[in-house]
Design a binder for this molecule. Structure first.
Ligand code: ADP
Ligand code: MG
Ligand code: MG
Length: 233
């Protein structure tokens, strides 16, 4: 279970998060939607332990992130807007490098398996320098899951992907869900959000303004709320 309690983030005199309380149960899949600048990436980075809150806490299974951050980070797979990769290394070398950081065992085998799973088997030995955005994102997806994380935090994973890569990404998410992982996905893509997630949270101006569960059975309501809060802006 992930809990945020009273998360506030300010940068200079700008308030980015205004006291966010959020409880996400183990195995839930949550889409975070909202206009640009609402604070979506900020909350994700704080949950991932990549950014400090100004005040408030994040708990995972009741443990405060501040106290056990290395152990916590190993349980999380984070996919950023633009994931960092070593452009002179091949997909396989990139995955092995990041897998080692997490202490993944049988890394060679695991990395090869993932390169194939994300459809880059033909390019396994090419430096990623020349790769398209879609190809890089495939590696970034593989990298986010190489250590079998219990928690997946994806920031706009669909942006810039072609249809085939979107299908692959959705398969990865559904597979992780089936394995019991918790998924939090920030996205601008409403259709993808309701296809892959069971709960939709809408952020505006550093706050949660809608929290809608059981999305597939309440699609009309969720669509109406989304239209009112986001699409009309
Ligand atoms: P979202 O992901 O919802 O588009 P973000 O969480 O990236 O929004 O950002 C929320 C707000 O915080 C935005 O207005 C953004 O400009 C501001 N912001 C983010 N990072 C910084 C920073 N390093 N310095 C100043 N303002 C920032
Ligand atoms: Mg944005
Ligand atoms: Mg963002």
């Amino acid at each position: 279970m992930i809990e945020t309690k009273g998360l506030i983030k300010t940068i200079g005199d700008k308030v980015i998060l205004r006291g966010v309380n959020l409880t996400i149960k183990k195995g839930e899949s949550v889409a975070i939607l909202g206009p640009n600048g609402a604070g979506k990436s900020t909350i994700l980075k704080i949950i991932a332990g990549l950014m400090k809150a100004t005040s408030g806490d994040v708990y995972i299974d009741g443990l405060n992130f501040k106290k056990d951050s290395y152990e916590m980070k190993k349980r999380i797979g984070f996919l950023a807007h633009n994931s960092f990769l070593y452009d002179h290394l091949t997909p396989l070398e990139n995955l092995k490098f990041f897998g080692k950081l997490y202490g993944v065992s049988n890394i060679e085998e695991k990395a090869k398996e993932l390169v194939n799973e994300v459809g880059l088997g033909f390019f396994i030995h090419d430096p990623v320098r020349s790769f398209s955005r879609g190809m890089l994102q495939r590696i970034a997806i593989a990298r986010a899951i190489i250590h079998d994380p219990e928690i997946l935090l994806f920031d706009e994973p669909h942006t810039g992907l072609d249809q085939e890569a979107i299908k692959l990404l959705n398969e990865v998410i559904l597979k992780m869900k089936a394995n019991g992982s918790t998924v939090i996905m920030v996205t601008h893509d409403f259709q993808q959000a309701v296809q892959t997630c069971d709960r939709v949270i809408i952020f505006r101006n550093g706050k949660i303004v809608e929290d809608l569960d059981n999305v597939k059975n309440n699609l009309a309501l969720v669509t109406a709320r989304y239209t009112e809060q986001v699409a009309c802006l």
